[in-house]
Design a protein around this ligand. Sequence first.
Ligand code: EPZ
Length: 418
Amino acid sequence: MPDRILIEGGTPLHGEVAVSGAKNAALPLMAASLLVPGEYVLENVPDLRDVTTMCGLLGHLGVSCDGRGTVTLDSTKASSWDAPYDLVKTMRASILTLGPLLARFGRAQVSQPGGCAIGTRPINRHLAGLEALGANIRLEHGYVIAEAERLVGAEVVFEAPTVTGTENLIMAAVFAEGRTALVNAAREPEIVDLADALNAMGARIAGAGTDVIHVEGVTSLTPVRYRVMPDRIEAGTYLIAAGVTRGNVTVKGCVPSHLRAVIERLEKAGLTVEEGPDWLRAACPDGIRAVDVRTDPYPGFPTDMQAQFMVLMALSDGLSTLTETIFDGRFMHVPELCRMGADITLSDRRAIIRGVAGLSAAPVMATDLRASASLVLAGLAAEEGITEISRVYHLDRGYDSLDRKLSLLGGKIWRASG
Ligand code: EPZ
């Protein structure tokens, strides 16, 4: 697979683009197939590397995964509860197997996910929650070993919201005896998608999307066919692509209500954003204004849009600050953007961005998923020359055909090998 992307910038993007299914909804939904034996069919699954990785991990656990786009998972023969390091280390979301394995087998042995490019990412809140449900948790040789004769419903209070922690606890609680309350739960739409799918399977979950989620334990579930929600981060990325190239892009098949905080900041930054039931159209007729942003848990401005928004601010008419409150290391894209002429300085969790008239093409290196998307956006905005992005496997982890879709919008973007 070619591992470089080349971009000749300066072309305003125009036209329509359809978003794929949400990576961060598909991954927990795939893990949920561990809960009961049977055949599940997931529609609108994005074709990207993290989904392939999850298929490989589930395969190791005895779940067969077939198909692309529409994926059939058969967990009839699932018998292992050991998620090994060599599979888990490539994708932190592997931790999403912990809750369902514990719920199904009463035990789980999942490698502790390593750190990653965007910061240390502990799982203490996941483990504290599972202990509250009666699990016995040990950490040995880099593995989380969880055991529970049976899980008993309880009140779990998260010290702060965690997306996959909330998802793990929902899946662990579906068979727990009695009621579970998840307090200070994360509110992301991907959690609602998981809860909707589990309820379609016969679970009894209320309050997903709010900060208190109630789960009434049941004794069994029935596998389902379920359609994954659209990817709100992919949609937001195209809106910003319209802004940085001064184009006019219609994003189809998205959920505008999932992007309220992003739309509000984009409009403050001078973009026009029109909205329909399942589409958004962005343009930037009069230039980009400097606005301050801070990332927050949903429904606040998503950390997964921080790197992309930074490119917009790098081209704005003044000084702006971008404060990253979620992760302690999510500024790896800054040095690369500066090499393209951006004027950005960092102090702790804050980026101070002074808008410049234009960016210039340069060879740059992707470091993590959303950082690589920001480098693509910067390349599209750069006036002269060819931007060359290496290590694009980071991009392929989280986007389904981003370069192909951008070229359909008129972007001069292609892949090269070696
Ligand atoms: C999910 O990661 C997403 N991944 C991330 O998307 C997203 O950036 C993140 O939520 C925040 O919205 C998936 O859904 C697969 P958290 P997650 O637990 O669940 C700290 C992408 O680009 N924390 O909500 O791992 C943690 O270190 C990816 O698609 C603890 O301290 O994030 C972080 O600072 C990147 N202890 C903050 O909380 C814990 O037990 C939020 O983390 C758990 C988390």
